[in-house]
Design a protein around this ligand. Structure first.
Ligand code: SF4
Ligand code: FES
Length: 276
């Protein structure tokens, strides 16, 4: 697979003029240049342009909905919650993996290019085949495993606050795939388990109540596991939940090298992106 490039966040044509319009409380005419491809009928993808009215505080998802509901009902993309929770509307917006429901028009400008996530088969327009992504997710056993007897008082398995903090960050994942599909290691090798699967493994490896951390570490101790990560940080920059993905991957690598999660000191930096 060729290794495409991903632009850095914040690169947006016309964003300043849209922000000025926002201050004036004005509508803007927004041009959406949208990737269109139906493999059943099209030989190759094309980009189609649509112009819509949008408030600077509208989300990109609102602009897409305008196209779909009033101009071209064949436009296809996933969305559900519209509030950054379900993770279904991850797509490339001006070259950057984002959730369409979390990105404001004023932050991307009045000329917006919309494309599907890279590295997955396109089913139609922005809808990609997520099954390989979920297969990698399932491969790390993303669920609590504890075969020990329940506590004698019949109540919950207790955990200290500091034990809980070790994996607090990685509980926030919404499985949007923005991280994995922004990773050059994944573009080059789609057998790489990918950052999202490692994040979800981390969530259980560092959970003091779980009994299968070593098994997960063995799964990830592989050339297609954590060692494929080259610490490029694209994943951390792409994550809409601001999970410190590169830090989590580093902690999993350390746990493998030190013989278990209990031998790793997990520190929580004050600033979310300070430690990647
Ligand atoms: S780690 Fe972040 S970017 Fe990756 S799947 Fe989870 S929420 Fe999405
Ligand atoms: S529609 Fe659910 S996260 Fe955007």
């Amino acid at each position: 697979m060729a290794a495409p490039t991903q632009s850095r966040p914040g690169v947006a044509g016309g964003a300043a003029s849209v922000r000025a319009a926002a201050k004036a409380g004005a509508h803007s005419r927004i041009t959406l240049r949208i990737f269109r491809f139906n493999p059943d009928t099209d030989e190759k993808p094309v980009y189609r342009e649509y112009t819509v009215d949008a408030d600077p505080t509208d989300r990109v998802l609102d602009a897409l909905n305008q196209v779909k509901w009033y101009e071209d009902g064949t436009l296809t993309y996933r969305r559900s919650c519209a509030h950054g929770i379900c993770g279904s509307d991850a797509m490339r917006i001006n070259g950057v993996n984002r959730l369409a429901c979390k990105v404001l028009i004023r932050d991307v400008g009045n000329s917006v290019t919309i494309e599907p996530l890279m590295g997955f088969r396109v089913i139609k327009d922005m809808v990609v085949d997520m099954e390989p992504f979920f297969a990698q997710y399932r491969s790390v056993m993303p669920f609590l495993i504890n075969d020990s007897p329940v506590p004698t008082d019949g109540r919950e398995r207790r955990q200290t606050v500091s034990d809980r903090e070790k994996f607090d960050d990685t509980t926030k994942c919404i499985l949007c795939a923005a991280c994995t599909t922004s990773c050059p290691s994944f573009w080059a090798d789609d057998n790489f388990v990918g950052p999202a699967a490692i994040v979800n493994a981390h969530r259980f490896i560092f959970d003091s109540r779980d009994g299968s951390g070593d098994e997960r570490l063995e799964i990830l101790n592989d050339r297609e596991g954590v060692w494929r990560c080259r610490t490029i940080f694209n994943c951390t920059e792409a994550c809409p939940r601001e999970i410190r993905i590169t830090k989590a991957i580093g902690e999993v690598k350390q746990a493998i090298l030190k013989g278990g999660a209990h031998n790793v000191t997990v520190r929580q930096p004050a600033s979310a992106h300070a430690a990647g």
